[in-house]
Design a protein around this ligand. Structure first.
Ligand code: NAD
Ligand code: ZN
Ligand code: ZN
Length: 381
């Protein structure tokens, strides 16, 4: 089959690989219908995720049709259409029983940090991902959700990750009604965090980014106010002023480790650059939020970004929450929001490509060009 694979920092290619097969009786193999590229894939592309091996197939946001079924699989049969959560979870361990599928301890045994994740390096189990013609899905009775007959794959594709992730970001902010919220990052995750904040009853939502077309997209898609942090002198003071000098109740970090202008950021083609002084988005969140407020970190961080101003957070009495999204627990609820028309999940897709053009799609998405918000690959047209 054809698959998008890692070739080293900044390099991906589409190549021929053996078809995946049933390796365990609880597996299915899917014929992939749609596979999206995520901001998390850019961390892989940029070589920032430890133990990303050459030849690994990326892709953790996908839908597909069941092609082969393992002997112990009870819920799925050949021909079923499914959307698959990005975290691989066993359904029975300590964490899965508590709905914390992003912390499953059986899908990536030996790691005390991450559950198994499709296409996300050997740090998360070394599973091949779905940016390919076919993909193996372990624990097939646990993760995959059948797609209702009257819905197309793209309408539910983002239940695999970014919609539940944005929703969990808002939930970790403890938005219950009337809260003021600042979302850093107007990418796909930030957009769904904004939509979710409104659904949970937020009183005011402000998006911060520096890419003008993304801020414009956020205004239209999520009906938020926006601030371009490159157009103000001091983003923290500017935001505080917007909220009575006190700051908002909740700050959400939907940017992660490659924040533009941050203390540690990537210089195109030159790898990682560390700078003293300029803050990470976590620091912006901690400094901006009001005292006794909530900071929700859904952006992904790796070891070089361990700059957390814990003293400020302590003295302000903040609540800090963060996690990999526990995708599966939110899927049925969010499916209902999509069906009732409250979230147009498909509406963030700006570009579609055949699998063969996946490397172009990566570079377009990474460089934030041509109005690109979300790229979707179509491995079988
Ligand atoms: P993206 O790259 O499309 O979006 C990030 C946005 O942040 C961009 O629009 C960029 O211009 C903006 N940005 C850059 N620096 C900024 C700064 N200093 N302040 C404000 N905005 C800034 O990525 P995405 O797909 O939206 O993902 C966002 C983050 O969420 C990534 O780190 C990704 O890895 C993470 N993520 C986490 C989970 C999880 O389970 N925790 C799941 C999915 C994605
Ligand atoms: Zn993702
Ligand atoms: Zn588990």
């Amino acid at each position: 089959m054809r698959a998008l694979t890692y070739q080293g920092p900044y390099r991906v290619q589409v190549e021929q690989k053996p078809d995946p097969r049933i390796e365990h009786p609880q597996d299915v193999v899917l014929k992939v219908t749609r596979a999206a590229i995520c901001g998390s894939d850019l961390h892989l592309l940029h070589g920032l995720v430890p133990d990303t091996r050459v030849g690994c197939t990326f892709g953790h946001e996908f839908t597909g049709v069941v092609e082969e079924v393992g002997q112990e699989v009870a819920q799925l049969k050949k021909g079923d259409r499914v959307v698959v959560p990005f975290n691989i979870s066993c359904g029975t361990c300590f964490y899965c029983q508590r709905g914390l599928t992003g912390n499953c301890e059986n899908s990536n045994p030996g790691s005390d940090v991450a559950s198994g994740v499709y296409g996300y390096s050997h740090t998360t189990g070394g599973f091949d991902g779905g940016q390919a013609e076919y993909v193996r899905v372990p624990f097939a009775d646990v993760g995959p959700m059948k797609i209702p007959d009257d819905m197309d794959d793209e309408s539910v594709l983002f239940l695999s990750d970014i919609l539940p992730t944005g929703y969990q970001a808002a939930e970790m902010g403890e938005i219950k009604g009337g809260e003021t919220v600042v979302v850093f990052g107007a990418g796909p995750v930030g957009l769904f965090a904004m939509k979710s904040a409104w659904l949970m009853g937020a009183g005011r939502v402000v998006a911060v980014d520096h890419v003008p077309y993304r801020l414009e997209f956020a205004r239209k898609f999520a009906n938020v106010e926006t601030v371009n942090f490159k157009e103000v002198d001091d983003i923290v003071l500017h935001l505080k002023d917007m909220f009575d000098g006190r700051g908002p109740d909740v700050c959400i970090d939907a940017v992660g480790m490659e924040a533009e202008g941050s203390r540690a950021h990537r210089v195109l083609g030159l790898g990682l650059k560390l700078e003293a002084g300029a803050p990470t988005v976590i620091e912006w969140c901690i400094n901006t939020v009001r005292k006794a407020g909530n900071v929700s970190i859904i952006g992904v961080y790796g070891p070089p970004w361990n700059f957390v101003p814990i003293g400020t957070a302590m003295n302000k009495g903040l609540t800090l929450r963060m996690n990999q999204a526990n995708t599966r627990r939110y899927m049925p609820h969010l499916l209902e929001h999509i069906q009732k028309g409250r979230i147009d999940a498909k509406g963030i897709i700006t570009h579609r490509f055949p699998l063969e053009q996946a490397p172009d799609a990566y570079h377009l998405f990474a460089q934030k060009r041509d109005g690109c918000v979300k790229c979707v690959l179509m491995p079988h047209g």
